[in-house]
Ligand binder design. Sequence first.
Ligand code: ADP
Length: 471
Amino acid sequence: MFLKRGNNTFGTVAFRLTLWYAVLLAALSSAAFVLVYVRLTSSLSHRMDEALVSNVKKFEALYNKQGLEAISAEFQREAASSGVKRVFFRMFSPSQEVLAASDMSKWKGIGYPPAALESLLNDKELSQTISIPGHEHKVRVIYKKTTDGNIIEVGHTLKDNEELMERYRETFGWGLLAILVLGSIVGWSLANRAMSGVKRVMRTAVRIGRGDLTHRVPVGQEGREIHNLALAFNNMLERIQSLVMELKEVTDNIAHDLRSPLTRIRGVAETTLTGQQKLDTYQEMTATIIEECDRLVGMINTMLDIAESQTGVANFATARVDVAEVVKDAYELFQPVAEDKGVTLKLDTQTEPLFILVDVARLQRALANLLDNAINYTDAGGKVTVSVERTQTYVKILVADSGVGIDEKDLPHIFERFYRADRSRSAPGNGLGLSLAQAIVQAHKGQITVSSSPGKGSTFTIILPAASTAN
Ligand code: ADP
């Protein structure tokens, strides 16, 4: 997997976020513009129509009262005062003959009212927006029929409205540009700020990729997600670092523990080459080599067993058994060993059966390791008790001895692979027994704990979930 490098801004998340932000801003501004534009246009045309209707009604009243001459004069006056370029007024007979009109010199090209006006009712006005050939702006016209069948026409240029809307469009165009530029700058800086945490995590990841596991991501103030990302990343690093250390320690220990028997084997083999020896000596040497090889194979097998148990119970042959039976078997197995050493081994189980779901052979191994240690680290005359207790949902197996005990400084380490307390170095062992016991118990979803007082003895406790009666 390769990191995407380079200065290509377009490929960054910050750029994409900014782009989305700008597009959204533009879309929202345009929607707002369209809304205001539509409302404004309709309100302007409504006001224009109201003005035209009031005009045409005023002319009609005048015509009804004072006749053609009065309306003709009023047309002239009104057009002159409002501007002959902006308005015009006409009156037609039913045969479309112009009876009166304001100054039409600025309205060349305007035609006659549409024939559809024939059907115009007396009390109704009809309004239209028309284009006049040669005129830049459209015109709003309104028609009204008088009681004697003539038609009054009032026209008003839409120049003012169109110019207003034009200015509005222009203002919006510049506004949109400003919004886009400002929005992009703000969006870009916000996106970059948000992404700075991710960049920090990435920089740390790159450093670690180069082999420096001690680096941690500095936790910043960008927000909860980035804060949590940095914390999760640091936790992961913590875990990886401790795993790597553990792995290194185990490898060092394996190398160390392999070297001594191999050196001994080599030494014995070398002696056989130094000259003729008696047959007895050869046999003794070979026996030593076999013993050392057995130790090595035993150690390697135990390590494989630990690894297998750590992968879980998938390949365990679990069965429902009475815990007292398992403990009794182990007790019987170690009774002769204890006797040989002069240690009293006691069994204390309850009469009522306590069932657990376990791989019996593996639990026997875990128990054997605890009993072996207890007898090993207890002097002659001492006592080892193996007992069983039950809590509500758990079954406890306790192995208590009156032996040498474990120093406080050793207690946190005794379950680590190859760990042996200094004073135990003279006793046989490889420091793997408790690791294996722990791996087996944990694979059964149980726990193994220890309490000890140096000089007085130790108690190891295996806690396992009890099998339900239905199992
Ligand atoms: P080993 O017994 O082969 O050294 P273990 O993993 O079984 O390895 O035990 C690790 C260490 O824990 C021992 O070396 C010993 O120092 C200590 N230990 C274990 N069990 C006892 C015990 N019952 N009493 C005193 N020390 C113990």
